[in-house]
Ligand binder design. Structure first.
Ligand code: NAP
Ligand code: GDD
Length: 325
C-alpha cells in the first residue's frame, strides 16, 4: 500500500486530495496544526466524513523539528505540500508571517525529505499569483514571474526551492502552477465563496447587502476536484516537472457576481456595494492559463466549466442557509 503525506489536509485542496488518494487505496497521513486536533467539529469540517480513514499528525510549518519527526516516522512514498497562508489580502497585512511561514515551511519539508525519505515524490502547491503583473496572456510554464504580493513572492521562492532540490539533490520534486480553483469547500474569505455565500444569505433574508472590492479583476477559475487530480498525475510521471493547471478561460469578478446572483434569482445591482477598503495595494489584473503541457503530458483537462462551477457553489450555499439543512 502506498503511503501519502499531505500538509494542509484540512484545507479545500487537502479535503479533495485525501478523498482521491483514499479511493486509490493509499494510506493517507495528514499534518494538522495542534489546535485543529482539539476542535474537530469546526477546524476539521472539510475532512469530518473521512476522519476515521486518515491518520493525522500534529505539526506546524513553523517547526522544522515537527516536520522532520513526521517524515522520519512515516517515510512517505508521496508528499503533497499544500499547507500555506493562502489568502493574498492577508499577506499584505502581515507580510512577515506569510513570507516566513510559506518559504520556511516549504524549505523545512524539502530538507526533511532529503534527509529521511529521499525517494519520496514531492508536490509543491505553486500558484498563478506568481505571474502577478503578467508579461503575456495566456500564461504558460515559460512566462516570467512578476509577483505582486508577499504571498506571490513566497510562492516564487517555494517554486525555486522545489526546482533546486530537484536539480541539486535529485529529488522527484514537481510544482503545479495552479490557477484559482474553487468549490463548495472553498474558504469564506475568497471572493467566489464570499459571493455565493452572500447571495444565498441575501436570498434567505439573513443579509441585506454584500461588500466587495475590485470587480474588474479577471481570474481563470476552475473546480478544485479537477485540479487535485492533476496534482496526483504529476507524481505518477516518469520524470519530475512543473505544470500549469488552468481552464484557459478568464472572467471578471463582476461576471461571477452576476451569474451567482442570477442563479439565486436576485438582481446583483440591488445588493452589491463596492468598498475601496477591500481593494489591494497592488492588484493582479488578469490571469488566464494555458494548460497545453498538462494536456499533452498528463492527459489532463478540466471537466467542470465556469457556469457549472458557479451553479454548484450557489446551490450548495442555498442548501446550507436553508432552515432545513
Ligand atoms: P486553504 O483552504 O487555505 O488551506 C490551507 C491549509 O494550510 C490549511 O489546511 C491550513 O491549516 C494549512 N496551514 C496554514 N498555515 C499552516 C501552518 N503554519 N502549519 C500547518 N498548516 C498550516 O488553501 P487551498 O485552497 O486548499 O490551497 C492549497 C494550497 O494551494 C495552498 O498552498 C495555496 O496557497 C495553494 N494554491 C491554491 C490555489 C487555489 O485557488 N485554491 C491556487 C494556487 C495555489 P488550518 O486548517 O489549521 O488553517
Ligand atoms: N477575497 C476577496 N474579497 N477578493 C475580492 C473581493 C473581496 O471582497 N472583491 C474583489 N476581489 C478580487 C480580488 O481583488 C482579486 O482580484 C480577486 O477578487 C480574487 O481574489 P481571491 O478570491 O481572494 O483570490 P486570489 O486570486 O487573490 O488568490 C487565490 O488564487 C491564487 C491563485 O491565483 C488564492 O486561492 C491563492 O491562494 C491562490 O494562489
Amino acid at each position: 500500500m502506498k503511503r501519502a503525506l499531505i500538509t494542509g489536509i484540512t484545507g479545500q485542496d487537502g479535503a479533495y486530495l485525501s478523498r482521491l488518494l483514499l479511493d486509490k487505496g493509499y494510506e493517507v497521513h495528514g499534518i494538522v496544526r495542534r489546535v485543529a486536533l482539539e476542535d474537530p467539529e469546526h477546524r476539521l469540517w472539510r475532512i469530518r466524513s473521512i476522519l476515521k480513514k486518515v491518520i493525522l499528525h500534529s505539526g506546524s510549518l513553523e517547526s522544522y523539528a515537527s516536520l522532520f519527526d513526521i517524515v522520519e516516522k512515516i517515510k512517505p512514498d508521496e508528499c503533497y505540500h499544500l499547507a500555506a497562508q493562502s489568502f493574498v489580502s492577508y499577506s499584505f497585512e502581515d507580510e512577515f508571517s506569510t513570507i516566513n511561514t510559506n518559504i520556511n515551511g516549504t524549505h523545512f519539508i524539502l530538507s526533511a525529505l532529503k534527509n529521511k525519505a529521499p525517494k519520496c515524490k514531492f508536490y509543491f502547491a505553486a500558484s498563478s499569483e506568481q505571474f502577478g503583473k503578467v508579461r503575456k496572456t495566456p500564461q504558460t510554464e515559460e512566462t516570467p514571474f512578476h509577483p505582486r504580493s508577499p504571498y506571490g513572492i513566497s510562492k516564487v521562492a517555494g517554486y525555486e526551492l522545489t526546482r533546486n532540490y530537484r536539480e541539486a539533490y535529485n529529488i522527484f520534486a514537481c510544482s503545479g502552477i495552479l490557477f484559482n480553483h474553487e468549490s463548495p469547500m472553498r474558504g469564506y474569505e475568497f471572493v467566489t465563496r464570499k459571493i455565493t455565500n452572500g447571495a444565498a444569505r441575501i436570498k434567505a433574508g439573513l443579509a441585506k447587502e454584500l461588500q466587495l472590492g475590485n470587480l474588474d479583476a479577471k481570474r481563470d477559475w476552475g473546480f478544485a476536484g479537477d485540479y487535485t487530480e492533476a496534482m496526483f498525475l504529476m507524481l505518477q510521471q516518469p520524470e519530475p516537472d512543473d505544470y500549469v493547471i488552468a481552464t484557459g478561460e478568464t472572467h471578471t469578478v463582476r461576471e461571477f457576481v452576476e451569474l451567482a446572483f442570477g442563479h439565486a434569482g436576485l438582481d446583483w445591482k440591488k445588493y452589491v456595494k463596492q468598498d475601496e477598503a477591500l481593494f489591494r495595494p497592488a492588484e493582479v489584473n488578469i490571469l488566464c492559463g494555458d494548460y497545453s503541457k498538462a494536456q499533452k503530458k498528463l492527459h489532463w483537462k478540466p471537466k467542470v466549466n465556469f457556469k457549472d462551477l458557479v451553479r454548484m457553489m450557489v446551490e450548495e450555499d442555498l442548501k446550507l442557509v436553508s432552515p432545513h439543512s
